[in-house]
Design a protein around this ligand. Sequence first.
Ligand code: CTP
Ligand code: MG
Length: 226
Amino acid sequence: MYLLIPAAGMGKRMGSDRNKLLLTLHGKPLLAWTLLAAMESRAIIWIGIMAQPEDFEEIREIITPINALKPVQIIQGGETRQKSVYNGLQALPEGAETVLIHDGARCLATPELFDRCAAALATCQGFIAAIPVKDTIKIVDSKGWIEDTPDRSRLWAAQTPQGFQVKLLKECHEQGRKLAWEVTDDAALLEKCGFPVKIVVGEETNLKITTPGDLAIAEYILSQRL
Ligand code: CTP
Ligand code: MG
């Protein structure tokens, strides 16, 4: 199984002056934790990391001590996550049939989750890791008035890994480019093209590190792991 890691963001909501994936978390760069989990997953055989050129050198330094087990390639990222994944798909080695996409910012995903996700691709063309939402979710108009309250029992919070047949995901990305769709995850491209996407139960601790508060929670979670 091939893995693409989008890591080319700015981390604006973190309020830091650099890519949040290079910030130190529990003694290592945040991205190193993501990579270590991917290295431990038995299903993953190749890793591509999409990054901005100004971060290439630092990312190379992160990879060097931990890339003995499987090949890791750095790929130029794009202006949006969608474009970064597009670039990653073009850089997949010849013959790659299935791919996992996993946000660099989800550095607490476990190797077991990667393996469970990889196994799901034997039964479907596309899946996402997700967990049931705990909060009641409101749909709100631009003036701050509630329009609707969707039935919570059917709401799931999307995570990564998300996994797909490479050929199908490439086709959906091409369609998205042609029709100028802007989406925040890859499953949304399959949905808009009318293809089914399955849910794999994710992990409650699989946070996307977005704000300084998330960084503090992640620090605590890592400190509790053996
Ligand atoms: N990402 C990417 N290319 C972009 C934007 C985002 O590869 N042009 C990656 C991020 O590095 C991250 C993942 O997509 O691993 C999820 O994005 P997000 O959490 O939104 O990270 P940022 O875009 O960096 O943060 P922010 O939106 O706060 O600026
Ligand atoms: Mg972003």
